[in-house]
Design a protein around this ligand. Structure first.
Ligand SMILES: CC(C)(COP(=O)(O)OP(=O)(O)OC[C@H]1O[C@@H](n2cnc3c(N)ncnc32)[C@H](O)[C@@H]1OP(=O)(O)O)[C@@H](O)C(=O)NCCC(=O)NCCS
Length: 186
């Protein structure tokens, strides 16, 4: 079962989620790091890839739903990726632009990170982030991740410098204890 948090429910995506997915994947600003919005065919391919991951691995990018309203506000989850020559578990996140700036991505990504360590017994969890994507790097840093390497990824015909962020099990144990202390600024 995908994880749940105080404000969010993570669950598998379905074909009924297509309008909410289009709203994210076809929004030019949201898709800046992916070199522009997706066509209908690219959204279909994206969704089919998640269905393949659910079938083959038992996990992938999940839908992130607001507990309070049931609205699908983003995608987040754990998938296998080849990062800088290694086959590793990655936490991915992509949210509807109207929902940025409220801590939802960090909340969902923390739960996904924890899920990878507890359910999959991961030794290390990664996040690959294009080096221009500050908001995404900030999420990785809030997860307690640090930069392990830099590499160039070719995607949609463009060479994109990326940072490989990661956290290992020992650092995660410390990080989880740190996160359990309430933040007085919130
Ligand atoms: C990456 C992405 C998910 C980050 O979204 P985000 O809204 O910046 O991240 P969060 O949801 O964790 O929100 C953090 C912000 O909410 C604020 N916030 C407000 N209420 C909060 C709360 N209750 N708890 C935590 N943070 C809160 C934080 O202070 C922070 O603000 P800041 O950006 O001014 O520092 C978003 O930019 C996105 O979807 N981008 C497009 C897709 C993409 O590039 N994905 C990554 C590919 S590697």
């Amino acid at each position: 079962m995908p994880p749940r948090t105080e404000r969010l429910i993570l669950r598998q995506l379905t074909v009924e989620d297509r309008p909410a997915l289009n709203a994210m994947l076809q929004d030019p600003r949201t898709m800046t790091a992916y070199e522009g919005p997706f066509s209908e065919a690219e959204v279909t391919e994206w969704l089919d890839r998640q269905f393949d991951r659910y079938r083959d691995d038992g996990h992938g990018l999940w839908a992130v739903v607001l507990r309070q309203t049931g609205a699908l506000i983003g995608q987040c989850g754990v998938s296998w990726q080849d990062i800088d020559g290694r086959h590793v578990l990655e936490v991915g996140y992509l949210f509807n632009r109207a929902r940025w700036g409220q801590g939802y991505a960090t909340e969902a990504a923390r739960a996904s990170r924890d899920w990878a360590f507890t359910e999959l017994r991961a030794d290390e969890v990664f996040a690959q982030v294009r080096d221009t994507n500050i908001a995404s790097m900030n999420v990785a840093i809030r997860l307690g991740m640090t930069i392990r390497s830099q590499f160039v990824k070719r995607y949609r015909g463009v060479d994109m410098p990326h940072n490989a962020f990661a956290i290992d099990r020992a650092a995660w144990t410390v990080q989880v204890a740190r996160e359990s202390v309430p933040d007085p600024s919130r």
